[in-house]
Design a protein. Structure first.
Lengths: 656, 320, 213
């Protein structure tokens, strides 16, 4: 009996690696610690009623952000481990299999479980506030999206200690990712983890398109929406069109692995190239999905801290929409070297270059927003200013890569790695950090320490260039991506060492950020005013953090930058907009169904990974029961009465 | 802000300088030894310069604007908080990238057709053929005309075009010899064609560029370009002194694992064709595939996979 | 805050009825939002099916020496199921008409007929699949059959989910009658049903007609 348990445990848990053992122990300990703290302080109930069942977009946003920062930590540790391994030739710090797992999980986690949730977190917190709405269109679905993402991410991450991590690259090209190439469970964790969170992302996409198109405050025309809202709209429309492709692709790969189908196998008439096409039909739009909202964030910040209207609003909107459209016609530039022929390559090279045009226009518009402005260098603005040169150079190397015949020499080399890290860190990460710093006071009602933020900023920036500029050179020296080691003769070591140093500078920057947050909590100083930065858009017109219902009265919007115009009018002594009488506010009720349903998805996914139908089928039944339970519940909303709104408002505004 | 820009500029210039000078033997992509690599290097320079024409002014403009309009007491710079539109300016910066991209597009299309990998290199000398198979995790090179085979090593004569036919036994890889020219995927079930040529004698680094599993990093190899005499002498030597690659020997090679250099005096007849067609089961519906993929590779470079006589193309090609 | 939530929810259960017009407006907005959201969901479902059709078209000749569709597919049975599904789309339309007339019994009756037709469609599909597997064409036989079973099966799964949903809806209708909420639900499922019908026409044309020809 004992032997059987032992045997099971050695298959179930990943064993034999001291690094992983250490992680297992620390994960176990922190779980125990969390459970202990929650029990000791009697916080279980609070956790359940205030957070796990919450349908409040602000709380869901905060949960997204916390999860994404945890994932940033995990992905960052992966990156540091890889950089250590590459610091010297023929190093044996990580053996090949472990290295392959780490670059795979680094990629998946950073894009899908770090960038996406950080982005959704900002969508959730900001969009309803900027359009003057009380919540998103479907709060229940929103909560479901979050928990699907969360449990998908957990399912993916658990492979690290249970069953084994995936190791076929972040896009898992078959036939390597088929049963023949990856017989382990890691690839199944990959499929189910991404599938479950992907369905959540798809729902978020729909949710925000409806929210933006249908729930804007009275008077707010489309062309008066803040630029961030436009960017969210373009990103969510892209999600709607791209994510179903991912769902299908992963499902087909699952069928290949689980039922022995022949979609992408070598034998039986399968076609691995079809997978590569499909995954990039999702994968390329995906990178625009994450970068477009960053463009929106920069537009907000650059205008706020230059004390000036955003330059070229219409151009900006047109640029966003055309990038989102063209992003669907460039996928094949990820495999010019597949030999699809000159016609195909020429077509995709051109469509790729086309995207550079609207992107370039956006840069000019940001520059001319600052031109004749008054630029204040707060941390959000510093990230924005740092973004411009970084992204411009990263964009330029992207154009170089789009030149198909030249790409034959860049493809799969460190030049490519440097390029996409420059646009993803310089664009997406800088953008979301800028947004996080910018909206932090709105989320939590206190500011982050600026000094520590500036330290973090400089460490990130210097670290970034030190890490990735050498990688362009390494690419030109013929170093290919995903090699776990290299020969001494290649002369790649010096630049690799520099690159590793840069990675650790960014690691230090992350520590500064954690310190910054801890410090700011310790020396908590409540924001007196909801308008932390002398802002321009509606979210700054209400107290920080926003009350449950956001707006006591729905704002009547008359112009772009409505709050700024209102402040200008008041300053000029003109009468403020008349206040409508308060009315009871219609709010959605909290629900535990999204959480429970996502747990069921997790159970089903875990069961399928291990081929335990006794676990998978009850999981799926649980999902169905949750759906029906929701369908049969009619008591899903309530009204906040006027006197309660009055009390809340008085308490919030009274401290002013 | 300025120190930041200051710091960035030298980094950029350093990068540019490195790229433009092609300095150092180590930058093998910028130090090509064959006509294909040479054209690709030219293309890299042309596109870099074209992009730099826009990028450098933009970077300078950024620095100037950020410095001039920073918020400081008593700033004399103008301040127009409501200036948000200028048709003239916006037309200007829509046209700048459009013009640059247009030029780059014309050049790219021209080069895309000129450098189509399956297009033979013009030469008085007849091309030699090398059949390349990526295995887990080693490269097998067959010389069908000479009848020899090697593992993780290639010798070619200088100034003679080489027609590489690429396939894979299992997972996809990518065949890349930077100093001769760009890479092409090796994929199972089909044979891709890549023409390269070495103009100089020398020893060139080659590697598998596309991840294909555990010992992927071990898939490096050397390409030695020598005089034709040396090349012929080497062939004779391999034939005389090396063992033959038997079918069992090949089976052994397909077992997962890395390998050093191996030389074989012969290989089973039709080995490469067998590798390519190993996954085709029967006639299937392969014939329905239509004409395009069964036309010879010498047809206009629309279809880059060459056709092997025994191949029925059951593995169709979705790259299109 | 949750405390506030529950108290106010409790205290104002009856508020809804008392407040008159404004609140009905709220509800109306909610329902139209959901309708719009469902249209967007259908777009994503179109992409989903589009991708499956694309894979099917790519793999349509890859039978790898195994059985071909022309050998195994019997068009007669398919024409019958097509007819059944088209009819069910029609009956779901009648159900909506009955609902708009305010006839709860008629609505439930026509929904039941729709569900019955849907169930026979699923039954016929399952029989067809069993027949094919019996003849030696399973999902693992070749790429063609993988694509076939996945595409047709995904449509069948959609129909089956719709059936469960429709039954749940009939129960709700019998308990609550025709309210703005149930009305929206019926509208949505009827939209879904018509959508599946359209998808089936493509399945019929591309998979079956072209497969046999």
């Amino acid at each position: 009996m004992l032997d059987k348990i032992k045997e099971f445990a050695s298959e179930f848990f990943v064993t034999g690696d001291p690094l992983i053992l250490g992680a297992q122990v620390s994960i176990g300990l922190s779980l125990v610690a969390i459970i202990f703290v929650l029990t000791f302080f009697k916080k279980w109930r609070w956790l359940w009623t205030e957070w796990l069942t919450s349908v409040d977009h602000k709380k869901i946003g905060i949960m997204y952000i916390i999860a994404s920062i945890l994932m940033l930590f995990r992905g960052g540790v992966d990156a540091l481990l890889m950089r250590v391994q590459l610091a010297a030739p023929e190093l044996e710090f990580l053996h090949a299999e472990h290295y392959n797992q780490i670059f795979t999980t680094h990629g998946v986690i950073m894009i899908l479980f770090m960038a996406m949730p950080l982005m959704f977190g900002l969508f959730n917190i900001v969009v309803p506030l900027q359009i003057g709405a009380r919540d998103v269109a479907f709060p229940f679905l929103n909560s479901l999206s979050f928990w699907m993402f969360f449990f998908g991410a957990m399912l993916f991450n658990v492979s690290f200690i249970i069953g084994g991590s995936p190791d076929a690259g972040w896009l898992a090209y078959p036939p390597l990712s088929e049963l023949s190439g990856s017989p382990g469970l890691g690839q199944d964790f990959y499929i189910w983890g991404i599938q479950i969170s992907g369905i959540g992302s798809l729902a978020t996409g729909i949710n925000f398109v409806v929210t933006i198109l249908k729930m804007r405050a009275p008077g707010m025309k489309l062309m008066q929406m803040p630029m961030f809202v436009w960017s969210v709209l373009s990103s969510c429309v892209t999600i709607m069109f791209a994510f179903p492709i991912l769902t299908v692709t992963l499902f087909l790969l699952f069928l290949d692995r689980y039922l022995g189908a022949h979609f992408f196998t070598l034998d039986g008439g399968g076609n691995p190239m079809m997978y590569i096409n499909l995954i990039w039909m999702w994968g390329h739009p995906e990178v625009y999905i994450v970068i477009l909202p960053a463009f929106g964030i920069f537009s907000e910040i650059v205008s706020t801290f230059s004390k000036k209207k955003l330059f070229g609003y219409k151009s900006m909107v047109f640029a966003l929409m055309s990038i989102s459209f063209f992003s669907f016609f460039t996928w094949a530039h990820h495999f010019f070297t597949m030999g699809s022929g000159a016609n195909v390559n020429a077509f995709f090279a051109l469509t790729t270059m086309l995207i550079a045009i609207p992107t370039g226009v956006k840069v000019f518009n940001w520059l001319f927003t600052m031109y004749r402005g008054r630029i204040k260098f707060t941390t959000p603005m510093m990230w924005t200013v740092a973004f411009i040169p970084c992204f411009v150079v990263g964009g330029m190397t992207g154009v170089l890569l789009s030149v198909a015949p030249a790409d034959f020499q860049f493809h799969n080399s460190y030049f490519l790695i440097a390029h996409f890290h420059q646009v993803l860190i310089g664009g997406v990460v800088f953008g979301y950090f800028a947004g996080l710093y910018y909206w932090w006071p709105k989320m939590f009602g206190f500011r982050l320490h600026e000094g520590l933020g500036k330290w973090a900023f400089w460490f990130w920036n210097i670290g970034f260039y030190v890490c990735f500029m050498p990688q362009y050179a390494l690419g030109l020296m013929g170093m290919t991506r995903r090699v776990n080691t290299y020969d001494f003769d290649m002369g790649w070591q010096p630049l690799n060492v520099i690159s590793t140093v840069g990675a650790f500078l960014m690691g230090a920057a992350f520590i500064f950020q954690v310190w910054q947050i801890a410090h700011s909590i310790k020396f908590y100083k409540k924001e007196k005013d909801g308008d932390a930065w002398d802002g321009r858009t509606l979210e700054w017109s209400i107290p920080s953090p926003a009350p449950l219902y956001n707006f006591a009265r729905l704002p009547q919007v008359t112009s772009q930058d409505d709050w700024w115009e209102e402040k200008q009018r008041i300053a000029a002594g003109e009468p403020a907009k008349p206040l409508a009488p308060l009315e009871p506010i219609h709010m959605p009720k909290n629900s535990g169904i999204p959480f429970i349903m996502s747990v069921c998805w997790f159970t089903a996914g875990f069961g399928f990974v291990w081929d335990w139908l006794w676990m998978a089928i009850p999981g799926l039944i649980g999902v169905a029961v949750c759906m029906l339970a929701r369908s049969f519940s009619y008591d899903t909303d309530y009204y906040i009465p006027v006197d309660e709104i009055e009390r809340t408002e008085a308490a919030l505004r009274g401290t002013k | 802000m300025r120190p930041y820009i200051r710091m960035l500029t030298p980094v950029l210039f350093l990068l540019m300088a490195v790229m433009l000078s092609g300095c150092g033997e180590q930058f093998i992509v910028l130090n090509p030894k064959g006509p294909i690599g040479e054209s690709q290097k030219d293309l890299i320079y042309i596109s870099t310069i074209l992009c730099a024409v826009v990028i450098v002014p933009v970077l300078i403009l950024t620095a100037v604007i950020v410095w001039r309009y920073r918020d400081k007491p008593g700033s004399k710079a103008s301040y127009k908080p409501n200036w948000e539109h200028s048709t003239k300016l916006e037309i200007t910066w829509w046209s700048i990238p459009i013009v640059i991209i247009l030029i780059l597009a014309v050049i790219t299309v021209k080069y895309t057709y000129a450098l189509e990998p399956s297009k033979p290199i013009e030469s008085e000398k007849e091309a030699i053929t090398i059949q390349v198979t990526s295995l887990d995790w080693k490269w097998l090179f067959n010389y069908p005309d000479e009848g020899i085979a090697t593992v993780n090593y290639i010798k070619i004569p200088e100034d003679v075009p080489v027609k590489f036919q690429l396939t894979s036994d299992t997972a996809m890889n990518s065949f890349w010899v930077p100093q001769l020219g760009g890479q092409i995927y090796s994929m199972s079930g089909m044979a891709m064609t890549l023409f390269l040529q070495a103009d100089e004698q020398g020893s060139y680094f080659g590697s598998g560029a596309n991840f294909n599993g555990k010992d992927f990093a071990q898939m490096t190899f050397k390409v030695d370009a020598t005089t034709e005499e040396d090349y012929n002498a080497w062939i004779d030597e391999v034939k005389a002194t090396s063992p033959a690659l038997t079918t069992e020997g090949f089976e052994k090679l397909t077992e997962p694992g890395s390998s050093g250099v191996q030389l074989f005096s012969s290989f089973p007849e039709g080995l490469f064709e067998k590798i390519v067609t190993q996954y085709v089961e029967g006639e299937g519906g392969g014939h329905h595939q239509g004409g395009a993929s069964t036309e010879p590779a010498s047809a206009p470079a629309d279809e880059s996979e060459s056709t092997i006589s025994t191949e029925h193309d059951a593995q169709n090609h979705t790259g299109h | 805050m949750a405390h506030a939530v529950s108290t106010s929810a409790g205290a104002h259960g009856g508020h809804d009825a008392g407040q008159g017009g404004g609140h009905h407006g709220d509800h109306h907005d909610q329902e139209s939002l959901k309708m719009f959201g469902f249209w967007l969901f259908l777009i994503t479902d179109v992409i989903l099916f589009g991708t499956l059709f694309a894979t099917f078209v790519v793999l349509r000749f890859n039978t790898a020496a195994g059985p071909t569709p022309a050998e195994l597919i019997e068009l007669q049975g398919i024409i019958i199921s097509t007819f059944i599904l088209l009819t069910s789309s029609f009956t779901s339309g009648i159900a909506v008409l009955e609902m708009n007339k305010g006839n709860k019994r008629g609505l439930i009756l026509w929904l039941a007929i729709t569900a019955l037709l849907g169930a026979s469609f699923v039954y016929l599909e399952v029989t067809e699949f069993m027949h094919l597997v019996h003849e030696g064409a399973a999902i693992g036989t070749s790429a063609y059959w993988s694509a076939f079973f996945t595409l047709v099966g995904t449509h069948g799964l959609h129909v089956s989910l719709g059936l469960v949903w429709m039954i749940a809806l009939m129960l709700q209708l019998s308990r609550r009658g025709i309210t703005p909420v149930t009305k929206r639900k019926v509208n949505i499922i009827s939209l879904y049903w018509h959508f599946l019908d359209v998808v089936w026409i493509f399945v019929f044309t591309i998979v079956y007609l072209m497969g046999v020809m």
